[in-house]
Design a protein around this ligand. Structure first.
Ligand code: PLP
Length: 454
């Protein structure tokens, strides 16, 4: 490896003066500056001081095959050297984009055979809603515009994706496109109304959907969008059977079902696509990003059913075209990265590893429940979270100023582990190559970190 050549002080200053960081608390940032991540290998990342950490968040739910895969870098370099970029508009294409679309159709549920490329998850969701509106317009149902989303959902940060997002604090002081989106309740078993069984809770949520459709009118609703497990909103687990029942109601009312698998896809739950394999649903559209290229290059993909494609893919009247797409739709270098990423996942049976080690990770994390603040440990496979509370019985939260998630994450980082604080939560969403030995080390570190915090 090349020797480190970073002048940390100078870089910090440049960063502080010029880089507007996303999702950043500026009061903390201006005081503390930033941590420079300068290297990565396997399950580890390294900072500019040479400290090494176990990556407990796969970068940001995305480095699924782990860091430092030179095979992916090589595939990208070869493609960039041969043909780094050319348009895919009109009749133009490139080999990696075509290969990848066919590969995705092969891996996805049987009816999803058509791929629209974008540059990430937000853009995939945004493009999806445009395509859904276009679809209903072409069917002569122009009033079907409203999208049902859920409180605490995270669907991204373009204007439309941020409007679909239901995490209130994400949109503080921002505007949202409220005329297009209605938010239903989150599906959160841990905080379901007191005294309700899981199945009663499921009935309650399904009824809310039915009531909402009745109130707004199915003729005005285009689609329902949902993450199979809500991620950034706090790894929220829906009651058993929820997605299947929600889909059945949508189908009965000609409302499309969009699964946002930006996090749950590409192995995090042990399958390339979780919707059908784990939740017994057949979405009309599935969106993926992140793990699709394991974060080695920006890429998002919208997988569209044969039925929708029949309408989207037919010629427009008066010689018009499907006028949507990005300069970088089907970017050859990103698609080459994704193809190699998928090849690695299949060759190394990474989904099998998640199905084998994931339940062990969950079981071991649950042993942390003895700590005073740990109210809930939940999630599935490599998508897990610890919820910290002030009182385990009432589930009352600690005051925001306690910054409990931040403090636990800080203690963990001091001990060589990065986990993600989100308010009072700590999220664990590692590269999918952790083995049982790593899980033991991580749980030990979290055990010490919680003890040091509480
Ligand atoms: N959808 C989900 C479920 C996500 O978790 C995210 C990002 O975390 C997005 C969409 C947005 O993806 P991106 O940040 O690539 O735009």
């Amino acid at each position: 490896k090349a020797p480190r050549a970073y002048d940390t002080e100078v870089l910090w200053q440049k960063d502080k003066d010029h880089f507007i960081h996303p999702f950043t608390d500026f009061s903390v940032f201006h005081e503390q500056g930033c941590d420079l991540i300068t290297g990565s290998e396997g399950i580890h990342v390294e900072d500019s001081h040479g400290n090494r950490f176990i990556d407990g968040i796969a970068g940001l739910w995305c480095v699924n095959v782990g860091h430092g895969r030179s095979e992916i870098a090589q595939a990208m370099a070869e493609q960039a050297t041969r043909m780094a970029y050319f348009s895919t508009f009109n009749n133009l294409s490139n080999a990696p984009a075509a290969e990848l679309a066919a590969k995705l159709a092969e891996l996805a549920p049987a009816h999803l055979n058509h791929v629209f490329y974008s540059c990430g998850g937000s853009a995939a969701n945004d493009a999806t809603i445009r395509l859904v509106h276009y679809y209903f317009n072409r069917l002569g149902k122009p009033n079907k515009k409203r999208i049902l989303s859920r409180r605490n959902a995270y669907h991204g940060t373009t204007y439309l994706a941020a409007s679909l997002t239901g995490i209130e604090s994400n949109n503080w002081d921002f505007d949202t496109l409220d005329h297009l989106v209605t938010h239903l309740s989150e599906a959160n078993c841990y905080r379901r109304p007191e005294g309700m069984s899981e199945s009663e809770y499921c009935d309650h949520l399904v009824k809310e959907l039915e009531d909402t459709i009745e109130r707004i009118g199915a003729d005005n609703i285009a689609a329902f969008i949902a993450e199979p497990i809500m991620g950034a909103g706090g790894v929220l687990m829906a009651p058993k059977g929820y997605h299947k029942r929600m889909q059945a109601v949508c189908r009965a009312h000609d409302i499309l079902y969009i699964a946002d698998e930006v996090v749950t896809g590409f192995g995090r739950l042990g399958h390339f696509f979780a919707s059908e394999a784990m939740f017994d649903t057949q979405p009309d559209i599935i969106n993926v990003a992140k793990g699709l290229s394991s974060g080695y290059a920006p890429l998002g993909a919208t997988l569209i059913s044969d039925e929708l494609y029949e309408v989207l893919g037919t010629p427009q009247r008066k010689g018009g075209v499907l006028s949507t797409g990005f300069t970088y739709s089907g970017h050859p270098v990103s698609c080459a990265a994704a193809l190699k990423n998928i090849e690695i996942m299949q060759r190394e049976s990474i989904c099998d590893n998640v199905r084998e080690v994931g339940p062990y990770l969950e079981e071991r994390l649950k042993t942390l429940a003895h700590h005073a603040t740990v109210g809930d440990v939940r999630g599935s496979h490599f998508m897990l979270c610890i919820e910290n509370v002030a009182d385990k019985t009432t589930k009352k939260l600690l005051p925001v100023e306690a910054r409990v998630g931040d403090r636990i994450a800080f203690e963990a980082q001091q001990r060589g582990l990065i986990v993600r604080p989100v308010g009072h939560l700590n999220i664990v969403s590692p590269p999918l190559i952790w083995d049982r030995g790593v899980v033991d080390r991580v749980v030990e570190t979290l055990d010490e970190s919680l003890a040091a915090t509480t």
